[in-house]
Design a protein around this ligand. Structure first.
Ligand code: FAD
Ligand code: EPU
Length: 288
C-alpha cells in the first residue's frame, strides 16, 4: 500500500467526538522515508503540520485545519514485536486495545490500564495517557521519534520530560514513530483477564458511552475536575448538541449534531462557572 494523500478530507469521522471540519491536506505516509518527504514538502510550501492519532483527545475546529494533517494509520506503523526478553517493540499506529490484547496473548501483563483508552500508541505517548493509577511512560523504555527536520532518534525514557498528560518532546514537534515497551512482568492469563474485567466494569459505571473526547479538563492538584463541575450543578448543561454528561461531569458528549463551536462554548461556560463558584481555574486536557 502506498502513501495516501487527499485534499479537503473530513476529520469529524476520524475523531471520537464526531465533530469539526476538514483537513486542507490529509496524508497517511507508508513509512519513515515518506513521512520525511511529507515534512520536507510541507516546509517548502509553508504548511503547518498536525499529527492525528485516533482523534480521541481532540476538538477539530468547524472551519477545519488549514495545513497538513498526518495520520500514522498505514500498516507500516502497526508493528507489534515481542523481543523475547520481555520487551515489546510497537509502532505508533497500534491501537491501545490491540496492544493490550496482543500482549496478554503473549503472556505479558502490565498494559491492562490502557485497554479502555480509545487512542493509539502515538497519541498515548504524546499525552502520557493514564488510567487506574498508571501512566503510559510507566511501561516505556525508549521512544523512536522524528523531528520536524526529518531526523530520527531513539530517546530513552530518562531523557524525556514527561508528566501528567504530557510529554514535552512530543508536544514540541517530535513525532512518535514507535516505542520499546517493557511491561511489569509475565503474568498468568487468568490474572490479566480478571484485571481487564474489573477495569472495564469501573469505566462502564463511571464514564458515558456517547461520542466524547474523554475528560475535557485536567484534574487540578489534589482535586477531581469532574467532582468540581458536578458540585457546581452543571450536569445536563447544553449548548446546541453538546452536553455536560450526566454520567461524568468532566465529559462533554455529542448528543448528535454538536458542532465544535457548541463544544468549545460549553467548555468555556463550565470553566467560567467553576472559577466563579470555587475559585479553581480548570486547564483543558483536550487539544484544540
Ligand atoms: P489524538 O487525539 O489523535 O491526538 C492527541 C494529541 O497527540 C494531539 O496533539 C496529536 O497531535 C498528538 N499526536 C497523535 N499522534 C502523535 C504522534 N505519533 N506523535 C506525536 N504526537 C501525536 N485519556 C487518558 O489519559 N486516560 C483515560 O482514561 C482516557 N479515557 C478516555 C475515554 C474516552 C471514552 C475517550 C473518548 C477518551 C479518553 N482519553 C483518556 C483521552 C484519549 O483517549 C487519550 O488522550 C489518548 O492517548 C489519545 O490518543 P489518540 O491516538 O486518540 O490521539
Ligand atoms: N466525580 C463526581 N461527579 C462526576 C464525576 C466524578 O463527583 O460527575 C467524583 C468521583 O465520585 C470520584 C472523583 O470525582 O470521587 C474522581 O472521578 P473518577 O474516578 O471518575 O476519575 P477522574 O479523576 O474523574 C481520571 C482521568 C480519566 C481516567 C480515570 C480513571 C483525568 C482528567 N481523568 O478521571 O481519564 O479514565 O481517572 O483512572 O485525569 C481522560 O483523561 O480523558 C480520562 C477519561
Amino acid at each position: 500500500v502506498e502513501t495516501k494523500v487527499r485534499h479537503e478530507e473530513p476529520l469529524a469521522p476520524r475523531t471520537t467526538m464526531r465533530a469539526g471540519g476538514a483537513a486542507r491536506i490529509y496524508a497517511e505516509p507508508a513509512g519513515e522515508t515518506d513521512l520525511r518527504a511529507l515534512l520536507r514538502e510541507a516546509r517548502a510550501r509553508a504548511l503547518d503540520v498536525f499529527l492525528l492519532g485516533r482523534g480521541s483527545n481532540l476538538i477539530v475546529p468547524d472551519e477545519g485545519v488549514d495545513g497538513l494533517v498526518i495520520s500514522l494509520a498505514h500498516p507500516a506503523w502497526q508493528a507489534f514485536e515481542p523481543r523475547g526478553d520481555g520487551g515489546i517493540w510497537a509502532g505508533a499506529g497500534v491501537r491501545l486495545k490491540n496492544l493490550c490484547g496482543l500482549a496478554a496473548k503473549a503472556g505479558l501483563g502490565g498494559f491492562e490500564f490502557l485497554d479502555g483508552i480509545p487512542g493509539n500508541l502515538g497519541g498515548a505517548l504524546r499525552m502520557n495517557a493514564g488510567a487506574m493509577g498508571a501512566w503510559t511512560f510507566d511501561v516505556v523504555e525508549r521512544v523512536r521519534l522524528m523531528t520536524r527536520d526529518g531526523e530520527v532518534r531513539e530517546v530513552p525514557r530518562a531523557e524525556l520530560h514527561t508528566g501528567y498528560r504530557h510529554c514535552a518532546e512530543l508536544r514540541d514537534g517530535g513525532i512518535a514513530l514507535g516505542a520499546l515497551l517493557r511491561p511489569s512482568a509475565a503474568r498468568p492469563a487468568e490474572d490479566i483477564a480478571r484485571q481487564l474485567d474489573a477495569y472495564r466494569d469501573k469505566r462502564r459505571e463511571s464514564q458515558p458511552r456517547e461520542p466524547s473526547a474523554g475528560c475535557i479538563f485536567k484534574n487540578p492538584e489534589g482535586a477531581a475536575a469532574g467532582r468540581l463541575i458536578d458540585e457546581c450543578g452543571l450536569k445536563g448543561e447544553c449548548v446546541g448538541g453538546a452536553e455536560v454528561s450526566a454520567v461524568h461531569a468532566n465529559f462533554i458528549v455529542n448528543r448528535g449534531g454538536a458542532t465544535a463551536t457548541d463544544i468549545i462554548e460549553l467548555a468555556r461556560i463550565v470553566r467560567v462557572r467553576v472559577a466563579e463558584k470555587t475559585g479553581v481555574t480548570l486547564e483543558p486536557e483536550v487539544i484544540l
